[in-house]
Design a protein around this ligand. Structure first.
Ligand SMILES: NC(=O)c1ccc[n+]([C@@H]2O[C@H](COP(=O)([O-])OP(=O)(O)OC[C@H]3O[C@@H](n4cnc5c(N)ncnc54)[C@H](OP(=O)(O)O)[C@@H]3O)[C@@H](O)[C@H]2O)c1
Length: 213
């Protein structure tokens, strides 16, 4: 599958490397696709990997993974071009964090979410919130901590959620569908529990969630 990744931080690079290693063709999109950072990434990610502008990446991907800093998300999607993403499944990994004196907190919540905003920016795309509640290193390796946690997803398009579920199950994720994209409010709040535990208790990110029933 051709996978376009929008965002070049630890999430974009880790997913890019892992998905290329699994045989997918991966293009990672950036405002600076020729940067030294991305050339280094491409060298280690190997022959299935490439870099491009955000627009090239949006055109390239049959599946799109959004992995932008929240504050740059709207700009990144404008540069990618919503028309280039029309009809496509977009996995939204973002968390709408703001950083203040008290540390990180949710900048969007209660009556809106990053997932809903992304869906509004991309009205013709099929947005699925997923992967935002774990560290990048676990996104393709759910068994990394020795037990298998769960992955919550949300989105309006049943077919898109089915595709994303199959994609995630392929890596070993048990997937729990919480409903429409408005449930991203809850999933982003769960991510905040993850962030709080990271910054206030453990100072590292090797933890994840499991729904016991
Ligand atoms: N880090 C994790 O383990 C983790 C886990 C779960 C969820 N998340 C969420 O996943 C997302 C990505 O996190 P990250 O840590 O990988 O990356 P990040 O460092 O927060 O940023 C990712 C990329 O966003 C792009 N960006 C930033 N400002 C922009 C702007 N004004 N316009 C366009 N693009 C802009 C940059 O790409 P270019 O400079 O190349 O254009 C940057 O490399 C975040 O929303 C984060 O909350 C992270």
């Amino acid at each position: 599958m051709n996978i376009g990744i929008i965002g070049t931080g630890v999430v974009g690079q880790t997913l890019g490397t892992g998905l290329a290693a699994k045989g997918h063709s991966v293009k990672i999109g950036s405002r600076e696709p020729q940067s030294e950072k991305l050339q280094e990434w491409q060298n280690q990610a190997g022959p299935n990997s490439s870099t491009g502008t955000l627009e090239e990446t949006a055109r390239f991907g049959d599946l799109i993974i959004l992995a932008t800093n929240w504050h740059g998300t709207e700009n990144a999607l404008a540069l990618a071009g919503p028309d280039n993403l029309a009809g496509k499944v977009v996995i939204d990994t973002t968390n709408p964090l703001t950083f203040g004196a008290e540390g990180p907190s949710l900048g969007v919540g209660f009556s809106d979410s990053a997932g809903e905003q992304v869906q509004r920016i991309l009205p013709e795309s099929r947005v699925v919130k997923a992967l935002n509640i774990v560290s990048a290193f676990m996104m393709l390796d759910p068994n990394a901590l020795g037990e298998t946690p769960d992955m919550f997803i949300a989105g309006n398009d049943a077919g898109a959620k089915k595709e994303v579920t199959t994609f995630l199950e392929g890596f070993g994720w048990p997937v729990i569908d919480l409903g429409g994209i408005q449930e991203a409010r809850l999933i982003e709040a769960i991510a905040m529990v993850w962030v709080k535990y990271y910054f206030s208790v453990r100072n590292e990110g090797r933890h994840a969630f499991k729904l016991i029933r």
